[in-house]
Design a protein around this ligand. Structure first.
Ligand code: BES
Ligand code: MN
Ligand code: ZN
Length: 496
């Protein structure tokens, strides 16, 4: 897709459709000159109350007296209620609508976005055209790798009418591609997206600033990461411990750990078969980490960053680990496996231990589809966040306001330690139904040492059963924009 910003007037632009974002109640204000040229059609459709500018409302006009043949009026809602997210959602609706009509080139008027005093988001002044395009592009995503395309309809050219430099195009394209990459990895079925395939994707990202290492089973065993190894014992797919190091600054790195179970059957503690096909998305955390590293390298952010993806497949083969087994960890704590379906935390515990041992990180963030209880608690609307890194969590909250990848903090009370006490080992991997969202977090805490650490549970948000305004159903790509915005925040405050 070709995206550009051009200093052309609305009435001059030659395009398949001109998009006019409009506020509710005061819709025509920004476009009276244009409306005059098309014989007052905008005013008429507004006076008739057919178009009011209500949030996400769309009205298509066919016109003949200017260079474009179509104008799409796009409702932004009330100006007093404007937000980055509302603009993204309007953009998402509008772009998909035009794509489905078969229109291949569109132009976006930024008249409504030239605020005298731009409303502020948490980190920067609100750049309406940027968010409109972000939502628009994110919403066009489709996953058609393994099927005949539904239709060949595609938007190929997007022109923003404005001054060059008005929108950071590089940032826009990098962010959107990263979200697309994460969605692709997650949507790809587990027979194709094996641990080995995932490690190949990671290697394909290696370059001048990104080094990729993949530890094989022998190396992993030598490190004493038995908890992680135990998860893959029942599968014929060999495990791959993927390490991606980005060097863009000085000093100790931040480390991101992403849960990368390419398929989670539950193992011997087998899951019910209904809906099990979705468990290919159990590597959504790893996909987000990989995509973030790719984007950070693309943007050349001034910091050091390491991504760790402990990839494995959790199957109930004859050699699988069994409930009651005890395994060691790199951190020298033993774990009793109560449920082989609580496998994610076993892989993450060893990854956190590895990160601390080899990188002495400034901060550690893990992101994981860790518990069914997360989606019971928060549905598909928020990431559950917990941790010891208070400053990191404050920064993540800010990034979450900016990106609308919302986080909600959960407690890690000391009392939860009791829930995962074992009679035969230092810890057990499952603490029963009560509090299972937070006891999973508490388990990880035991492996985070003194390093400021945050856990993000994305089990509820990584997969959409229904379309959202700019998230077609399937993998959402959650975490990518959140963590990118968080890292940008770190860099701009000199904490990279
Ligand atoms: N991958 C699952 C969590 C999950 C469930 C993610 C549904 C997305 C949708 C995880 O490995 C798991 O099975 N967790 C168990 C833990 C329990 C056995 C302590 C759970 O939450 O049921
Ligand atoms: Mn599981
Ligand atoms: Zn899992």
């Amino acid at each position: 897709m070709d995206i550009s910003v051009r200093n052309v007037a609305d009435k001059e632009v030659k395009t398949g459709a001109l998009l006019l974002p409009l506020f509710e109640n005061n819709p025509a204000a920004f476009y009276s000159d244009l409306d005059y040229l098309i014989g007052g059609m905008i005013k008429r459709v507004i006076d008739s109350k057919e178009f009011t500018g209500k949030h996400k409302q769309l009205t298509l006009l066919h016109v003949r007296t200017i260079n474009t043949g179509r104008i799409l009026l796009v409702g932004l809602g009330k100006q007093s209620e404007i937000s980055a997210e509302r603009i993204r959602q309007s953009g998402g609706k509008a772009f998909s609508y035009l794509r489905d009509l078969g229109i291949s080139s569109v132009a976006v008027s930024s008249g409504a976005f030239t605020f005298k005093e731009p409303p502020k988001t948490s980190q920067s002044p609100l750049n309406g055209a940027f968010y409109f395009l972000e939502g628009g592009l994110l919403g066009l995503y489709r996953f058609e790798k393994y099927r005949k395309p539904e239709n060949g309809k595609e938007i190929k050219t997007v022109t923003v009418l404005g001054r060059e430099g008005d929108i950071p195009l590089k940032k826009l394209q990098t962010t959107v591609s990263a979200a697309y990459l994460a969605r692709d990895l997650v949507n790809t079925p587990s027979n194709k997206m094996t641990p080995a395939a995932l490690s190949d994707v990671a290697r394909s990202i290696a370059g001048r600033k990104v080094k990729v290492k993949v530890l094989e089973r022998k190396d992993i065993e030598r490190e004493g990461m038995d908890a992680y190894v135990s998860v893959s014992r029942g599968s014929g797919e060999s495990l791959k411990f993927i390490i991606m190091e980005y060097k863009g600054g000085k000093g100790a790195p931040f480390v991101l750990v992403g849960k990368s179970i390419t398929f989670d059957s539950g193992g011997i503690s087998l899951k019910p078969s209904e809906g099990m096909e979705k468990m290919k998305y159990d590597m959504a955390g790893g996909a987000a980490v990989l995509a973030v590293i790719d984007a950070v390298a693309g943007l050349g952010l001034p910091l050091n960053l390491v991504g760790i993806l402990p990839a494995a497949e959790n199957l109930p083969g004859g050699t699988a680990s069994k409930p009651g087994d005890v395994v060691g960890t790199i951190a020298d704590k033993t774990v009793e496996i109560i449920s082989t379906d609580a496998e994610g935390r076993l892989t993450l515990a060893d990854s956190l231990g590895y990160a601390i041992k080899y990188y002495k990180p400034k901060g550690l963030i893990d992101i994981a589809t860790l518990t069914g209880a997360c989606s019971i608690a928060l549905g598909a609307e928020a990431i559950a966040m917990m941790g010891t890194g208070t400053e990191l969590m404050e920064r993540l909250k800010k990034a979450s306001e900016e990106t609308y990848e919302r986080v909600w903090q959960m407690p890690l009370y000391d009392e939860y330690r009791e829930y995962i006490r074992s009679d035969v080992a230092d810890l057990k991997n499952a603490g029963g139904r009560g509090g299972s969202l937070v006891t999973a977090g508490y388990f990880l805490r035991e492996f985070s040492g003194d390093t400021p650490w945050v856990h993000l549970d994305i089990a509820g948000t990584a997969w959409n059963d229904k379309d959202k305004p700019y998230q077609p159903k399937g993998a959402s790509g959650i975490g990518v924009r959140l963590i990118l915005s968080f890292l940008e925040g770190l860099c701009s405050s000199g904490n990279g």
